[in-house]
Ligand binder design. Structure first.
Ligand SMILES: N[C@@H](CCC(=O)N[C@@H](CS)C(=O)NCC(=O)O)C(=O)O
Length: 293
């Protein structure tokens, strides 16, 4: 049966009702800028990352771990935790790194004056160009990589802000909204599935920043790890996406990248901050959190 809904008529002028009951009502604001003064911490490494292990954050920690694994010492990094549910993204220091107040944000301290880089797609491109890695140099392959990178940046808001929001987080279920975004997300999964039927990776034979951008969102979706929506979206239908997801999950740098700035799940998978490559062995939550039993 189709749900009918007609109680709400928009006012002539929208007003901010911070008590709207949505899951993120405490951090959502209609204005930009800092809410409080707090300096950005800076560690010893060339790259200073301010992030959280959401899909957008994981894109960048995977890239940094991949670069480091290739031997690029210049990609050594400090990863500082930005807890977005506590409003850390509105500190003055973070807003200097990203005026859009969203993780991830990076400062490259190896340039004559530090270079700020925000938007995960921009960060991936910046690092790929700086280190000459994971972005093919051949004209067609390079263009195809950037095509899919931009596809992800334009498409994921329909998955997260659209489908995920209305399916998992909205204070009540609206059939119209869930239907609209489920349709779009299934279409996107089919786009990926058809592409991956013809090639090993998103842009061709090589693993690139396009895979790093798409995998944390759509790989997690087909594994039922986000929004608990695997059955609802019949994700088992997307066999090529599943094959590619499993293949990428096996990469050691991906396994490490997923752990950085992670604050949920198995304590052994959570490395709240990373300041040294050895932190994976010594500083995960199972090793540093006090035991309660
Ligand atoms: N287009 C941005 C999206 C970043 C984004 O949405 N970050 C979320 C977490 S996944 C965030 O920081 N949200 C905090 C907020 O909205 O206040 C990117 O790809 O970097």
């Amino acid at each position: 049966m189709t749900q009918t809904f007609s109680e709400y008529t928009p006012a002539d002028v929208w007003e901010w009702n911070s008590e709207n009951g949505g899951q993120f009502a405490n951090i959502n604001r209609p204005i930009a800028g800092a809410t409080h003064d707090k300096e950005r911490p800076v560690g010893k490494h060339p790259m200073q990352l301010y992030s959280l292990a959401t899909p957008n954050g994981v894109k960048v920690t995977v890239m940094l771990e991949e670069l480091f694994a290739l031997g690029h010492q210049g990609a050594e990094y400090d990863a500082w935790l930005v807890n977005i549910s506590d409003g850390n993204q509105f500190s003055s220091g973070f807003v200097e790194a990203n005026p859009n107040s969203k993780i991830p944000a990076l400062f490259d301290h190896s340039t004559p004056t530090p270079t700020r880089v925000f938007e995960s797609g921009s960060i991936l491109l910046y690092l790929a160009e700086k280190f000459g890695a994971f972005l093919p140099t051949e004209h067609h392959a390079r263009t195809e990589t950037i095509n899919w990178l931009m596809w992800q940046m334009g498409s994921a808001p329909y998955l997260g802000g659209g489908f995920g929001h209305f399916y998992a987080y909205a204070p009540f279920k609206i059939e119209y909204a869930i239907d609209r975004f489920a349709m779009e997300v299934k279409r996107q999964l089919d786009v990926l599935d058809r592409n991956l039927a013809e090639r090993e990776y998103m842009a061709g034979d090589a693993y690139t920043i396009a895979d790093m951008a798409i995998w944390p969102w759509y790989g997690a979706l087909v594994k039922g790890l986000i929004y608990d929506a695997g059955a609802f979206l019949s994700v088992h239908e997307y066999k090529n996406v599943m094959r590619w997801t499993d293949q990428i999950a096996e990469r050691p740098a991906v396994k490490r990248g997923r752990m950085v700035n992670r604050v949920m799940g198995d304590p052994a998978s959570q490395l709240h901050e990373r300041h040294d490559a050895s932190d994976f062995d010594t500083k995960t939550q199972d090793k540093i959190a006090p035991k309660t039993d």
